[in-house]
Design a protein around this ligand. Structure first.
Ligand SMILES: [Fe+2]
Ligand SMILES: [Fe+2]
Length: 215
């Protein structure tokens, strides 16, 4: 990927934050406060993000109902107003994001104790930090339009730090957490390639959008 000087400056500015996210994740893996319950809690929250989270792919409806509504709306307009490949991209996004939901939900359910129910979407709820992040992104889009949308897309997924750190658990499990680590590593591996692609789109597309120097 060739990048303009401005894009490289932006990547340099974001790199410490991506590294910070990776460090937070790594610190959690070996934290003494980590339990089967805390693993189940973050996995359920990741499920929330994959299915219901606010973002560019699904807006307020989340990454399942957002693309679904877009497809419904697109159907009578295929190749009249919307190119078929654009519609295919929406369908592929729906499949990809729902497969991420399934990956983390499967890991969550494998960690269930006796009598603990299987995860289902109505069990998912947002939390204060997720709401705050969504609010920042909403505001960016409201205040800066295309540039704000780009800011959201650029930061979504945090350079896949969670997924790459999760994948590393396969070969470097935390003593005492081997069973969970195997499940988490498998889920992260299923998600990583897709999300790396989504992230590259968010980054590479920046140069093609023709933003002004000040932007
Ligand atoms: Fe995803
Ligand atoms: Fe994604």
């Amino acid at each position: 990927m060739s990048a303009s000087t401005n894009l490289r400056r932006l990547i340099d500015a974001a790199t410490p934050y991506w590294a910070g996210e990776a460090e937070v994740v790594r610190t959690y893996w070996t934290s003494r406060q980590r339990t089967r319950e805390t693993d189940r809690r973050w996995l359920a929250r990741q499920c929330y993000k994959e299915l219901l989270g606010f973002g560019i792919g699904g807006g307020e409806l989340g990454l399942f109902r957002g693309p679904l509504e877009e497809l419904r709306h697109a159907f009578p307009r295929i190749d009249v107003e919307i190119d078929r490949h654009e519609v295919l991209d929406i369908a592929a996004m729906l499949v990809a994001e729902f497969s991420h939901y399934c990956a983390f939900a499967d890991a969550h359910d494998h960690l269930a104790g006796v009598g603990e129910p299987k995860l289902h979407p109505r069990m998912l709820a947002s939390w204060a930090e997720e709401d705050a992040l969504a609010q920042v992104r909403r505001q960016h889009i409201k205040d800066h339009d295309a540039l704000g949308r780009r800011a959201c897309q650029f930061t979504e997924g945090g350079y896949c730090s969670l997924f790459s750190e999760g994948m590393r658990l396969r070969d470097h499990p935390t003593p005492g957490h081997e069973a969970s680590d195997r499940l988490i590593a498998a889920a992260c591996a299923r998600v990583y390639d897709d999300e790396f692609g989504h992230m590259l789109k968010g980054i590479a597309g920046l140069d093609e959008q023709g933003f002004a120097e000040s932007d």
